[in-house]
Design a binder for this molecule. Structure first.
Ligand code: SF4
Length: 229
């Protein structure tokens, strides 16, 4: 007799070593197994439940809630930041604090929003204490979830906000001042890098650069005709 979804989920939690081994060797993700749900929304929800029970790195110890990400299942653009902050940790939703509200305004300026054509996620799904940068081992442990989300969502373009997200996703080491404006990609998906909204709230001189980056995103050939001019 086949297992139902909650039995599979329990098995996943009980078999963490096996899951880790699977990720480490790039085995097909267990979420895609014969018993797994099939629609993109169901698969994303399934990943969110895996994240909610995850103890793969030390960040699980101090989190209140995990923040798996949210948005459209067929997004034009996926926005990727580095990790949840205090308000996201409390709410379980990405980019809901002051910086998140600012990000929503950036997106709206080029015809994007998290309900209809955008998905918002992070490199790590649990809050680093004190909003410090995620450690390399924390990012490594969490990255398979993000990669799986990108694979399911198939965004036409990616907007990375901040140095950490851009470096980790694109395998680069420069600062964000050097990375923004460059032609970047993740597995063939064009990536536009810009500053993190919280950095721009601290330093409003960065606003002009962000606007340039948003216009570059809007003008990408893969988004031609999809966004207002
Ligand atoms: Fe798991 Fe990612 Fe949270 Fe670490 S940050 S415990 S890998 S969900």
């Amino acid at each position: 007799m086949g297992m139902n979804e909650s039995e599979i989920y329990s098995l996943l939690n009980l078999s963490e070593d096996y899951v880790l081994d699977g990720f480490r060797h790039d085995h097909p993700p267990l979420v895609r197994g014969a018993e797994a749900p099939q629609s993109p929304r169901q698969t994303l929800d399934h990943i969110a439940r895996q994240v909610a029970g995850c103890t793969r790195c030390a960040l699980h110890r101090q989190r209140r809630q995990t923040v798996a990400g949210e948005g459209a299942v067929d997004p034009l653009v996926m926005v990727i930041g580095e990790g949840p902050g205090a308000e996201e940790d409390r709410s379980g939703r990405p980019f809901v604090g002051k910086a998140g509200q600012y990000l929503d305004r950036w997106l709206a300026a080029i015809g994007l929003d998290r309900k209809s054509n955008c998905f918002i996620g992070n490199i790590v799904k649990c809050r680093p204490p004190g909003n410090r940068d995620p450690l390399p081992e924390e990012a490594d442990a969490c990255l398979p979830y993000l990669k799986e989300q990108i694979d399911i969502l198939k965004p036409k373009a990616i907007l990375t906000v901040g140095r950490i997200a851009t470096q980790i996703l694109c395998g680069r080491s420069e600062g964000i001042g050097q990375l923004r404006g460059q032609e970047l990609d993740y597995l063939g998906i064009p990536v536009v890098a810009t500053y993190h909204p919280s950095a721009v709230l601290r330093n409003t001189d960065l606003r002009a650069a962000v606007w340039e980056d948003l216009k570059r995103l809007q003008a990408l050939p893969v988004l031609a005709g999809s966004l207002p001019e």
